[in-house]
Write a protein that binds this ligand. Structure first.
Ligand code: ZN
Length: 169
């Protein structure tokens, strides 16, 4: 085996190791979605529609929030809106292009619009919302550079919402 060939083998195994490491890393999308789910549970316990959101920057949670529409008597107090305000306060800047938003439910059109205004780096959401989700309408609402990962832990995320509305009937 030539030296060059051996190097490319090493590079191959290194990249394989990186992939495996990323999957085993505690800082996975599943891990952070579980943190967003904790927020959704807090909303549930406060008799709010159980949606939770967190903002992550360099694997650090910089904002945690949940839906507060009843508590604040404010229809715009969705989890994402609260999380963006908290994240901007933490960073001292309004743009979140280096950040990931984890939210347990597909954002509505208002919140997707807010994602656009923040120039969000990544949007990761759990449950799908066919009625009110932003993907139910045509058009580019998010910032063109925002990467989207839908459906992370969607069963757990939607179970919480279903349980909440079951209790309301
Ligand atoms: Zn919303």
């Amino acid at each position: 085996m030539s030296v060059g060939c051996r190097h490319s083998y090493i590079r191959f195994f290194n990249s394989l190791f990186d992939d495996v490491f990323m999957q085993l890393s505690v800082y996975s999308d599943d891990y952070f979605m579980r943190e967003a789910l904790k927020e959704a549970q807090r909303a549930f316990d406060a008799d709010e529609v159980p949606v939770g959101a967190i903002v992550v920057c360099n694997n650090q949670i910089i904002a945690r929030a949940h839906n507060l529409t009843e508590t604040l008597t404010d229809v715009t107090a969705h989890a994402e809106m609260q999380a963006f305000t908290a994240a901007a306060n933490f960073l001292g800047g309004k743009y979140l292009d280096e950040c990931t938003l984890y939210v347990t439910l597909e954002p509505c059109i208002m919140c997707a619009g807010a994602c656009g205004w923040t120039q969000l780096g990544r949007l990761v959401y759990g449950a799908f919302d066919k009625q009110k989700g932003y993907t139910s309408v045509q058009g580019k609402i998010l910032h063109p550079k925002t990467k989207v990962v839908p459906g992370i832990l969607h069963e757990e995320c939607s179970a919480l919402v279903k349980d909440f509305f079951k209790g309301k009937r």
